[in-house]
Design a protein around this ligand. Structure first.
Ligand code: NAD
Ligand code: 6OD
Length: 488
């Protein structure tokens, strides 16, 4: 693989597409060309699924969990050994600051293999002795088998992290995978193919097909009935489309989808710690983390102080060269996504918002003027029915509204079709715990944000997803339990 040409990775080999066409992968910082990507047609998708099935029936399926685990540790070592290459590729594709990619994206890419390699060696199943009419007795025991060939469909916001979050446990559990990375960020998934080969992962275990969603590699993959289960991270509406495709052949799905995450800030919180946390919760990765907060509810007595302090944080971000340690905010992923976010900036104003800061596009010097930069933005004064308050924007923005008591705060937080993540800020841990149990979210943080132990369940309530991944929950999705009853 070179930096200029990105190919599909099928059965251990890099290959062009039979469609004979490429699409452009452009850098969000300045619009420059990062790579030309070979689009996979249905022939390549079929070939990848066939290779994955062959590997399942062959060398990969024959390995014991301990042996798979050893190989997956080698994959993690391979990512570490090529850390700078992964880092440069992820930054070129996303424009995110080095400080984020070097501390979150790439280390988690390796950790996602290590954690599940270790876990799979220690997973137990149940067994029950039972009486039989003749007095001989019987024992039932369950055993786990891999689900088969897994389609892994990924978004662009944390490309390596979110892809390996699924590939790590899927392979640890003995499955084989066909990955469809986002068309916006195809490079690190492809680079991982080289690491897989170097680590000695048999051909066909890890495959990558490039392209778009509808009528392209994504849909070819999810419609391919050689796929046994689909794991998807992306927008809720895309999840609904994929679910229709999964219905054919009754394939299982695991979905990590969108959010419109609230934060509840009580007057008794540690203000300085809270404002540091909230600056990350709203603006990290330029607001392009599914867990980012876009609805902030603040106890009335500290409302003005909060708005002033968050405004200072928003205005303090440095935009520029992502490799410069001083840069703390990157661009949005693309001009198209910026148009979408700006449309919400417009809708908020039309609906009567007071713009506390931001609301537009910053002046950027030189080539950066061609990038998809945007100002971090804070609004107040909107009705809860406004589009900017109800719909996921996926940009560096939030609406802030005061509340007067706990019940009101909880009702506001829960008034959403989504239920991914919430944060609660209070120095009264009884209250933190009480409120956390009443908010409708797959994950709730008290006095922190995006603190993750990879063994815990991760996923969304309501329209934020289906199922849970993380720790044993991932291994439950990526395996099937079979019961065997032996008469003694
Ligand atoms: P997206 O839904 O547009 O695309 C995700 C992937 O699905 C891409 O690879 C795309 O090519 C593919 N795809 C699109 N249509 C398809 C189809 N019909 N069949 C098969 N594949 C198809 O999402 P995005 O814009 O890449 O990512 C942003 C979204 O992801 C946001 O909504 C965000 O909240 C969500 N997200 C959720 C989580 C989570 O853990 N809950 C994590 C990250 C991102
Ligand atoms: O940390 C993770 O494992 C995870 N799945 C994070 C999701 C972030 C969403 O953008």
């Amino acid at each position: 693989m070179t930096n200029q040409i990105v190919q599909n990775f099928i059965d251990g080999r890099f290959t062009e597409g039979s469609l004979g066409r490429t699409f452009e992968d452009r850098a969000p910082v300045d619009g420059s060309l990062v790579a030309l990507v070979h689009e996979a047609g249905s022939d390549e998708v079929d070939a990848a699924v066939t290779a994955a099935r062959r590997a399942l029936a062959g060398p990969w399926g024959a390995l014991a969990a301990e042996d798979r685990a050893k190989l997956l540790h080698k994959v993690a070592d391979g990512i570490d050994a090529r850390f700078d290459e992964f880092l440069a590729a992820e930054i070129a594709d996303t424009g995110k600051p080095r400080s984020i990619a070097a501390h979150i994206d790439i280390p988690r890419g390796a950790a996602n293999f290590r954690v599940f390699a270790d876990l799979v060696k220690n997973i137990a199943t149940e067994s029950f002795g039972m009486a039989t009419p003749d007095g001989a007795g019987a024992v039932n025991y369950a055993h786990r088998i891999p689900k088969g060939v897994i389609a892994v469909i990924c978004p662009w916001n944390l490309p390596l992290l979110l892809m390996t979050w699924k590939v790590g446990p899927a392979l640890a559990a003995g499955n084989t995978v066909v990955v469809k990375p986002s068309e916006e960020t195809p490079v690190t998934a492809t680079l991982l193919g080289e690491v897989m080969n170097d680590a000695g992962i048999p051909p066909g275990v890890y495959n990558v097909v490039h392209g778009f969603g509808p009528n392209s590699a994504g849909e070819h993959l999810t419609r391919n009935t050689g796929i046994d289960a689909i794991t998807f991270t992306g927008e809720t509406v895309t999840g609904a489309e994929i679910m229709k495709q999964a219905a054919v052949g009754l394939r299982d799905v695991s979905f990590e989808c969108g959010g419109k995450n609230p934060a509840l800030i009580f007057a008794d919180c540690d203000f300085d710690e809270m404002i540091e946390g909230m600056a990350r919760a709203v603006f990290a990765n330029c607001g392009q983390v599914c867990l980012n907060t876009e609805r902030v509810y603040v106890e009335r007595s500290i409302f003005d102080r909060f708005v002033d302090a968050l405004k200072d944080k928003a205005e303090g971000f440095q935009r520029g060269d992502p490799m410069d340690p001083a840069t703390t905010m990157g661009p949005l992923i693309s001009q198209e996504h910026r148009d979408k976010v700006l449309s919400y900036y417009g809708k908020a104003v039309d609906a009567g918002a007071e713009v506390i800061t931001g609301g537009g596009v910053p002046d950027m010097p030189g080539g950066y003027a061609e990038g998809s930069w945007i100002e971090p933005t804070i609004w107040t004064g909107l009705d809860e029915s406004a589009a900017a308050v109800r719909e996921e924007i996926f940009g560096p923005c939030c609406h802030v509204r005061p509340f007067d008591d706990e019940d009101e705060a909880i009702a506001l937080a829960n008034d959403s079709p989504y239920g991914l993540a919430t944060s609660i800020w209070t120095s009264d841990l009884s209250r933190g715990n009480r409120v956390a149990q009443r908010v409708e979210a797959g994950i709730t943080w008290v006095n922190c944000w995006f603190l993750r132990d990879l063994r815990t369940p991760f996923g969304g309530s309501k329209q934020s997803g289906i199922g849970r991944e993380g720790g044993v929950h991932s291994l439950e999705f990526y395996t099937e339990l079979r019961n065997i009853c032996v008469k003694l």
